[in-house]
Design a protein around this ligand. Structure first.
Ligand SMILES: Cc1cc2nc3c(=O)[nH]c(=O)nc-3n(C[C@H](O)[C@H](O)[C@H](O)COP(=O)(O)OP(=O)(O)OC[C@H]3O[C@@H](n4cnc5c(N)ncnc54)[C@H](O)[C@@H]3O)c2cc1C
Length: 602
């Protein structure tokens, strides 16, 4: 057996974003030895980009809020395909998780009487997002990493895991390489937590960082775990569209929460024209009421700009397709108009949305305190992911846990803004807790040396190949997903995508990279490509299977919601001979008390 640098821990956490760090903190506090692996530097994981805030029913700004309302909002947003137990735990535990973060030193904006300030966000009935300006993710990461380091976590920065290792049915570690030197490392662990984030890089236009190549989903799939809800990819309505170099970069929903409005080229607030019946009772039907809502009037209903993301994104697409878009193919998002309503509006905007102000000023030459922004939909978030148990976050594979964006269940068919950061805290904590318990009950497993040698050969193959550069296939795949499995889908186009993806799969086996193993970004891309192909195929297969429109999935050939599809989640897994297996997993009946909450909040 070749000699590998070997590391032994009780719990191995793959990913140093909010979910991974929260899991690592919890496991470490339980007294077990914990390692965290990240592809980037500590503090740079994608969570750092989160802007708007953490959704938690603290009831600091509106005392009508409670876990019950948050639960009902989350279920309605997810079109009732959510794992209701996860939605319940999330709504109940998020406030305590935010207070815990505060007690570890996180700073938040404050109400006049010194409590954590909360802002409005799409789909949330009351102001619910705890935030610090529009840099909440940075504060979360900073706090968790400080806290984790003091607990003695071992951190492996700029490492990539290429496979999970199993002893029989159980996961017993991971195999990967350090990106700087290209050397292989063996990580043995009694329990492994996946916290690798999402898949946005499978699409051409995305708000996601380079790390979002779906690694955790592909690792779990190959290890035998089920992937659930893969058809539900969230397209955020407001990404930058101009200049081309920043196309897709996120424009936080906080802009709309603080009074920003969407207009087409005729100056019309088109969102008033399409309020879905499910939300009609909670949505303002005139501009005046919408404005009052953003200013904290408890008797006002929210403006239609704050409807769920899937709906707003499709309305923008319609405006553009019907010729009412902005010059660069989007619509206008205007917050500068609030100068007609409040004194010192420019200062107010800069204080509430400092990153947005700088982003537009520096990247597009636009002063958002004076002029509107141009925005359009961007691939943003993956509702689907690794199927987990609600209480423990354990996957179908013993010893393997998953939390955060790479796990599925909480959000159903559509995630509400702010519900991801709270998801990371609530379920990161649970994953860490249960992984530590599992580790205490098990010993280290056996690793098969043949398997390691085989994985090393597979990983190094691109150096021997003479095929195309990985980027060529990666770009082509992103175009395919954007055009054929994007915001609006049809069977014909998705079948075409599936055929093309099979071609890319073959070509990916022959991609070649020049040079050596030391910080070779071409090699990294060649390995990421395998994961992008796996997740793209699963998204397409699940989207084909769901012959209806619901939440983030919009089918032009089945444009309405179909009750026949309301009672199950679609799960894909790897069959014994490597084939893709797809099943409809019935959603267990909801307890009466939760049903009643939903009924009361309608
Ligand atoms: C611009 C932007 C703004 C957002 N704003 C908000 C917001 O205000 N509120 C909200 O709730 N949500 C927001 N979101 C969504 C939210 O930020 C993410 O869903 C969340 O941060 C994901 O956290 P995570 O811990 O699951 O993953 P991440 O933070 O992405 O961490 C993933 C980690 O896994 C590592 N990793 C991946 N693959 C491997 C591998 N093969 N080997 C080793 N390590 C690996 C990565 O290096 C990284 O450390 C926003 C998203 C974007 C893009």
């Amino acid at each position: 057996m070749p000699e590998y640098i070997t590391h032994e821990h009780d719990v191995l956490v793959i990913g140093a974003g909010g979910a991974g760090l929260r899991a690592a903190v919890e496991a470490s506090a339980a007294g077990v030895k914990v390692a965290v692996i990240t592809k980037s530097l500590l503090g740079k994981a994608h969570t750092v980009m989160a802007e708007g805030g953490i959704a938690a029913a603290l009831s600091n700004v509106d005392d009508r809020d409670s876990w019950r309302v948050h639960f009902a909002d989350t279920m309605r947003g997810g079109q009732y395909l959510n794992n209701w137990r996860m939605a319940e735990l999330h709504a109940k535990e998020a406030p305590q998780c935010v207070r815990e973060l505060e007690s570890w030193g996180a700073l938040f904006d404050r109400t006049p009487d010194g409590r954590i300030l909360q802002r409005n966000f799409g789909g949330h009935r009351y102001p619910r997002l705890a935030h610090v300006g529009d840099r909440t993710g940075l504060e979360m990461i900073r706090t968790l990493q400080d806290h984790g380091i003091h607990l003695g976590l071992d951190v492996f920065m700029e490492y990539t895991v290429v496979t999970l290792l199993k002893d029989g049915d159980r996961v017993v570690g991971a195999f990967g390489y350090d990106r700087e030197r290209g050397r292989f490392h063996l990580f043995q662990a009694k329990a492994v937590v996946l916290a690798t984030g999402g898949i946005g890089r499978a699409y051409k236009i995305t708000s996601n960082s380079w790390e979002y190549t779906g690694d955790g989903l592909a690792l779990a799939y190959e290890a035998g775990a089920g992937l659930q809800d893969m058809e539900f990819v969230q397209f955020h309505p407001t990404g930058m569209i101009w200049p081309p170099s920043v196309c897709g970069l996120l424009v936080t929903e906080g802009v709309r929460g603080d009074g920003g409005v969407l207009r087409n080229k005729e100056g019309r607030r088109f969102m008033f024209d399409s309020i879905p019946p499910l939300y009609a009772g909670q949505t303002a039907d005139n501009e005046e009421e919408g404005w009052r809502y953003t200013q904290g009037d408890k008797n006002a209903r929210r403006p239609p700009e704050l409807l769920t993301r899937d709906h707003v994104a499709r309305c923008i697409r319609t405006e553009v397709r019907e010729g009412r878009g902005s010059p660069h193919g989007g619509v206008f998002l205007d917050i500068s108009w609030i100068k007609d309503r409040i004194p010192n509006a420019a200062e107010h905007i800069k204080k509430k949305l400092p990153s947005m102000y700088h982003q537009f000023k520096q990247l597009a030459g636009i002063d958002i305190t004076r002029e509107p922004m141009e925005v359009g939909p961007t691939t943003h978030y993956m509702m689907g992911g690794v199927r987990v148990d609600a209480e423990s976050q354990m996957t179908d594979v013993p010893g393997l846990f998953a939390a955060g964006e790479c796990a599925a269940g909480l959000h159903g068919a559509n995630r509400l803004g702010g519900n991801s950061l709270s998801d990371l805290l609530v379920f990161g904590k649970r994953a860490g807790d249960y992984a530590a318990r599992f580790a205490k009950e098990h010993s280290q497993g056996k690793v098969d040396p043949e398997e390691l040698a085989e994985e090393e050969r597979r990983a190094l193959k691109p150096f021997e190949n003479h095929g195309p550069a990985p980027y060529i296939i990666q770009y082509a795949l992103q175009e395919t997903m954007q055009d054929l499995v994007g915001i609006v889908r049809t069977e014909e186009e998705m079948l075409q995508a599936l055929n093309t993806i099979q071609e890319y799969k073959k070509q990916a086996g022959s991609v070649g990279v020049p040079g050596h193993r030391e910080y070779n970004s071409g090699w990294h891309a060649a390995l990421d490509l395998q994961n992008l192909i796996v997740v793209s195929e699963m998204v397409t297969r699940a989207a084909l299977e769901r012959k209806e429109s619901r939440g983030a999935q919009f089918r032009d050939d089945y444009p309405t919601k179909d009750e026949a599809y309301a009672g199950f989640n679609i799960v894909v897994s790897k069959g014994a001979s490597g084939e893709v297996q797809l099943r409809r997993e019935p959603i267990p009946p909801m307890p009466d008390e939760l049903k009643q909450i939903i009924q009361e909040m309608k």
